[in-house]
Design a binder for this molecule. Structure first.
Ligand code: URA
Length: 251
């Protein structure tokens, strides 16, 4: 059992947000990292008990902590940012102590968009979830004004909507619901993407809410404005989705 909690030094430092694996390996090679009183220059060094190891960088103690991953049900009227001069920000909804370690949102939602925001201290996870390389699907529920959608529109979304600036979107999946509601699944995250896609078809979004990011679904029990930590399973599924390794004992 103890075997499985061991952690490579370079991986542990990268998880702390000290930089990419390459960057932290260079820090180690330069002799700037000490473990339990000894300078370690081998990046493959194994911490036999990461939870109790005393790790110092340039003489400063580091805490080998687990990452924080939260889901937030964003209300309207909040900017997806740490600070804003005019509006409240999503970080106002998160206690300061949970923001430690560089908690940041994975992508942004517009001021008037509600729904799922994923906040994480793992920069590599955030990067991969947003990178076009991993094609992570995002599902939106929306209401619109304009002509009712038809199967022809669904096909147009499937082939790729051409925006007003002539860029062509990646294939998207449109599901027509009752009334003026639809669900749209996209794999891109361009600025105002969903609104621009609807505009390109001559319609206007009147309400927009994000339901999922990859495998992560907005918890239907999470009230607007509330957040909760991800479950172990939700974390494992997200790491798996973007082909990132994670030791389940270090969640
Ligand atoms: N697309 C938009 O237009 N707005 C959002 O907030 C998210 C996706």
């Amino acid at each position: 059992m103890a075997e499985r909690t061991r952690l490579r030094l370079d991986r542990a430092l990268a998880r702390l947000g000290l930089g990419t694996r390459k960057k932290v390996r260079s820090l180690i090679k330069q002799g700037r990292v000490e473990v339990d009183g000894e300078v370690i220059t081998d990046h493959g060094f194994i911490l036999s008990d990461p939870a109790t190891a005393q790790v110092l960088l340039d003489g400063e103690m580091l805490t080998l902590r687990k990452h924080t991953h939260l889901m937030l049900n964003k209300p309207e009227g909040f900017v997806t940012a740490h600070k804003d001069s005019r509006y409240p920000v999503v970080m106002d909804l998160i206690p300061t102590e949970l923001q430690a370690g560089g908690l940041a949102s994975v992508g942004r939602l517009d001021l008037d968009t509600t729904g799922l925001i994923l906040l994480t201290t793992d920069g590599e996870l955030a990067h991969r979830l947003m990178s076009p390389k991993y094609q992570v699907e995002k599902m939106y529920h929306l209401l619109y004004q304009g002509k009712p959608f038809t199967d022809t529109d669904k096909e147009q979304f499937r082939l790729g909507i051409r925006l007003a600036d002539r860029t062509v979107c990646l294939p998207a999946e449109l599901e027509i619901l009752a009334g003026n509601a639809v669900q749209l699944k996209i794999t891109e995250g361009k600025y105002h993407q969903v609104k621009k896609m609807l505009l390109a078809t001559g319609r206007e979004v009147t309400y927009l809410s994000r339901l999922s990011i990859g495998s992560l679904m907005l918890d239907p029990d999470l009230a607007v404005g509330d957040f909760r930590p991800l479950t172990k399973q939700e974390i494992l599924d997200l790491y798996h989705l973007v082909r990132l390794e994670i030791d389940p004992n270090y969640l």
